[in-house]
Design a protein around this ligand. Structure first.
Ligand code: HEC
Length: 116
């Protein structure tokens, strides 16, 4: 019986974990993989920015970000700068991140640029 209860609790927590994806998980991934160039606040002033000759994009600037579709953001994160005619200094992340992680990053970028 107790086993049954444990299983029932486990099953009811699982959807909560899946729900915790999206922008929150995107923020965690952003901290790990993106801030060294794009900055902790997403303004494009990461510690590498001074050392590369193409400046990382600011992700907090609404105007520039609004001109990109979610598909564009997904593509540039997955395939790297050249996939959208941007610099190779924007790496391709497909070897490190799966599609669901990239979707979560796109959700976080949208929250950063465009939500009050
Ligand atoms: C090694 C530095 C570096 C890292 C790390 C990096 N980027 Fe970039 N990123 C750049 C540079 C440089 C550009 C600007 C490219 C250009 O304007 O040609 C850029 C541009 C972008 C753009 C805008 C592309 C466009 O449409 O113009 C997006 C979106 C982006 N990066 C997302 C990310 C995300 C998400 C991560 C983490 C998974 C990340 N970047 C990690 C350097 C980096």
């Amino acid at each position: 019986m107790i086993r049954f209860y444990l299983m029932a609790i486990g099953l009811s927590v699982m959807p909560l974990l899946a729900w915790a994806g999206g922008a929150d998980r995107g923020e965690e991934l952003y901290r790990v993989f993106c801030t060294q160039c794009h900055g902790i606040s997403g303004d494009g002033n990461g510690i590498n920015a001074a050392h590369i000759n193409v400046q990382p994009r600011s992700h907090v600037e609404r105007e520039g970000m609004a001109s990109r579709s979610d598909e564009d953001l997904f593509r540039v994160i997955k395939e790297g700068g050249p996939a959208v005619n941007a610099s190779v200094l924007m790496p391709a992340w497909k070897g490190n991140l799966d599609d669901s992680g990239i979707h979560d990053l796109v959700a976080y970028l949208r929250a950063l640029c465009c939500e009050e």
